[in-house]
Design a protein around this ligand. Structure first.
Ligand SMILES: [Zn+2]
Length: 460
């Protein structure tokens, strides 16, 4: 049985879904006002891994992740650039999905957008008023945290100490520093929706409560996100749900940060400045492997040298996959797993079930590759085949797809060469156009040290 660290309980616990054989998860998504940073990539990969692993064990996963397409940062950028908030949000949402696709991350089953749910949020705020948890101030509507018992569960601190540590922005008119905005009245020129409290827009924390409950129902299995969301975002989501008498989520999961070369990100140091930048410069699978090599609750470092090391590891996987093509070409996962080493698979499951302990799993994978090669070198055909089936099974469950050159038709190879040519001439428009054509044809296009490469987009 899968065990995960539940932030609300502060320990690793058995994950028993509300409905056996099913698993519903809500992952807080992105506010789309800039290109995604490297940490966003880790978020996508950690929950992709959880989902793929559960699906591999036969669980039917319902994965929801939202897009925050209305927010102060979007409005500010739109004002600065003389465009509409919608244009800004759409541009950066495209950049996000482009990055997610390149990472080989399965798209969520539902991707609710905040702007599609404003009416429902107004309804929820109305209910909070009725129950005495909301109050109107000159600049909007706030949630009264002092009215709720148990505020501070996720923060792991009682309300008094949170209140003492909280900072009040000068433009806010709330009663207590821990209170948070449910509805913000619009200033002239800002986007707005109608509400009983005046024209405005919903607060960020209200969005996820409404969308998660709407799409997954009360008492869904997991609510997840980065550690930076634990407080105040998730605390405030929970506060609203509890105030309305809901169970909300059964478990909370949070993953740790990404450190980029210790100090600050700088292009001059050769480090990566954004996820988009990282993916333009390296094999996207290297980032997945790096994420697997760190436990999701530990901070991880992404530098040029850790990425290069991961690329070398992938070369070993690719070479192995070419040597044992039959195993890696087998689309029947169950048949493949039945030919794999049962003990090794049991070890894999045991580690994954133990709070997704992926670092030893990657060690196991590369050890198997070594042993498979050695067995084949010394004529141990049967052993080698069994190990190959094990490697293919484990790599598949982790979403680590090897490159099998030769799968790629000649015209696609030629298109990759044209991209490299165009880039060499700094004709990025042509390179982007060819890349877009390939993507539309179902190819994931990636840069590698040896030039542009493609692989088939995974079928969700
Ligand atoms: Zn959220």
């Amino acid at each position: 049985m899968l065990r995960l660290h539940d932030t609300a309980l502060g320990e690793v616990v058995d994950i028993e879904p509300a409905q056996p054989g099913r698993f519903s998860m809500y992952v807080c998504g992105l506010t789309v006002y800039d290109v995604p940073h490297i940490g966003h990539g880790r978020a996508a990969l950690v929950y992709d891994l959880l989902r793929r692993y559960l699906e591999w064990t036969g669980v039917d996963v319902h994965h929801v992740s939202n897009v925050t397409d209305i927010d102060d940062n979007i409005i500010q950028r739109a004002e600065r650039e003389g465009r509409s908030s919608t244009e800004v949000a759409e541009q950066y949402e495209r950049a996000w999905w482009d990055a997610v696709d390149r990472l080989g991350v399965l798209r969520p089953h539902d991707i609710p957008h905040a702007t599609e749910y404003v009416e429902r949020m107004v309804e929820l705020i109305g209910q909070l008023f009725e129950r005495g948890y909301a109050y109107q101030a000159p600049d909007g509507v706030y949630f009264a945290t002092e009215a709720l018992d148990g505020y501070g569960l996720l923060a792991g601190q009682p309300l008094e100490s949170l209140r003492a540590g909280a900072r009040v922005e000068s433009d806010e008119s709330k009663r207590s520093p821990t209170d948070f905005a449910l509805w913000k009245l619009s200033k002239p020129g800002e986007p707005w929706w109608e509400s009983p409290w005046g024209k405005g827009r919903p607060g960020w924390h209200t969005e996820c409560v409404v969308m998660s409950l709407d799409l997954l129902g009360d008492g869904f299995d997991l609510h997840a996100g980065g550690l930076d969301l634990k407080f105040p975002h998730h605390e405030n989501e929970r506060a609203q749900a509890v105030a309305l008498g809901k169970k909300f989520t059964r478990h909370w999961m949070h993953h740790a940060f990404v450190e980029v070369a210790g100090e600050k990100m700088s292009k001059s140091l050769g480090n990566f400045t954004s996820l988009t930048d990282l993916l333009a410069r390296t094999d996207a699978r290297a980032y997945r492997l790096l994420v697997l090599q760190s436990h999701y609750r530990s901070p991880m470092e992404v530098t040029v040298s850790t990425v290069d090391q991961a690329v070398r590891g992938l070369t070993g996987l690719d070479t192995f996959a070419l040597r044992f093509r039959d195993a890696f070409d087998d689309a029947d996962a169950a048949a493949l797993a039945s030919r794999a080493d049962a003990e090794e698979l049991a070890r894999f499951r045991q580690r994954m079930d133990d709070d997704l302990d992926t670092p030893p799993v990657t060690g196991q994978l590369f050890d198997l590759i070594r042993r498979g090669n050695a067995a084949a070198d010394t004529g141990g055909g049967e052993d080698a085949e069994r190990i190959a089936a094990t490697v293919a099974t484990v790599a598949g469950a982790l979403g680590l797809a090897p490159y099998l050159t030769g799968d790629v038709p000649a015209d696609v190879v030629a298109a990759c060469a044209r991209i490299d040519e165009a880039r060499a001439q700094r004709d990025f428009a042509t390179a982007d156009a060819i890349r877009a054509e390939l993507s539309a044809g179902g190819w994931i296009v990636e840069n590698s040290p040896t030039g542009t490469r493609v692989r088939q987009a995974p079928t969700p």
